[in-house]
Every structure is written in C-alpha cells, then in structure tokens.
Design a protein. Structure first.
Length: 211
C-alpha cells in the first residue's frame, strides 16, 4: 500500500550515532596521518601544535559534530571540536546532565541520537504531554517497553507536581492521575510509587516570609 505524507520538514542537521559522514566535511579530513598525529594528538604542553590545531578547528564547519562525537563515544584523548583533553574533561564529567534541545528535537524527528539523562527526561515529559503511548516512546528511544512505562509514569507525576506547585491542578493533574491509574490496572506489579508534594497555604506563606 502506498502511503502519502504531508511531512515536508527538512532533516535536522544533527547526526545519528552511527553516522560519520560529517567527518568528510572537516578541515582536517585528508591531512597526512603523521600531521594529524602531531597536531591533534600532540604531546603535553606542545603549545605550537595546540595553536595550529585550534586554528584549523576554529574555522571548521563540523566543529560541534566533532565535539559531540567525542563526548558520545567517551573519547578523552586528542583534540576534538577545538578542545584539548584537559578542556574537555569537565564536559565528560557532566555529560549525563547535558540538555541540548536540538538533540531533543532530533529525537522527536526520529533521529538515532545519543541522549543524556536530562535530554531523555525532556523527551519523556514532552511525549507524555503530547499524549504518546508507552509503545511509541519505547520505539522512539529504543527502550524496553516496561522501562518506557516506568518513564511515562514518572513523567505523569512530574507534570502533575509541577502544575500543582503553580496552582494548575485541574486538567493536568486529572490527566496524570488517570494515566497512572490506567497503567496500574494494566500492570500493578511494576507501578512506581512516587510521593506527591503537598502544597499548603501555610507552607507557601512561610516560604515567602523566609525568602
């Protein structure tokens, strides 16, 4: 059967995990192996090599893709994305807290991207608000179905708690409670119990006074 779609959204510029085509557009592509080793895998404190490599990376059109590739694949040696090993070390340390919405958007568009924990949470919450099923989330993020159900339950509680805090407890909280009840009826054994936040007028007044 032939399917007709009106989705003419251009593909995102972000690349997938297994897509190395960006490397062909790098300014370092085609350089002799010996020169690459000297410049991008230089000896410690070799300022001349570091400056020469940074000059190349500074004008490279795929510098960000190069940087993301090093983070996603835990490559800690050499210069990637214009940053040395020492300069990338803090990024490697907090890579799971990275929140890049271009990557979140790419995940919604079906790209196979490496998401951090924070980016995965953002995708899950947006998916819940959009009314996605756990099966669709599992397919999009390539997860086990039970894991996707757990993520959606947590997202339901997170959205309900957020709306309760801001005084919007009507439709969003009811939808979250309904979703959790339906999931519990389907699979009560794997229900994740998340304590709900109790917001009272006295507590809010006390917090305002303390602030």
């Amino acid at each position: 059967m032939r399917h007709i779609t009106t989705n003419d959204t251009p593909p995102p510029t972000i690349r997938g995990i297994a897509d190395h085509s960006w490397q062909e557009r790098g300014l370092c592509h085609g350089l002799p192996v010996k020169e690459i080793d000297e410049l991008f895998f230089h000896a410690a404190r070799d300022r001349a090599a570091i400056d020469a490599a940074k000059a190349i990376c500074g004008n490279c059109p795929v510098k960000k893709a190069c940087f993301d590739y090093a983070l996603d694949n835990e490559i800690r040696q050499g210069m990637w994305g214009g940053l040395t090993e020492d300069e990338r070390r803090p990024w490697h340390a907090r890579v799971n807290k990275r929140l890049d919405y271009s990557r979140v958007k790419a995940a919604f568009e079906g790209r196979d991207v490496h998401l951090s924990d924070a980016e995965r949470d953002a995708v899950t919450r947006h998916a819940y608000v959009r009314g996605w099923s756990p099966e669709r989330l599992a397919y999009a993020l390539r997860l086990d179905l039970d894991w996707a159900r757990d993520l959606m339950r947590n997202a339901a509680h997170a959205v309900a708690d957020r709306d309760r805090y801001w005084g919007q407890v009507d439709q969003a909280e009811a939808a979250a409670d309904e979703y959790v009840e339906d999931e519990a009826a389907e699979d009560a054994a794997s229900t994740v119990q998340v304590p709900r936040q109790a917001q009272t007028h006295a507590l809010i007044a006390a917090l305002r006074k303390a602030a």
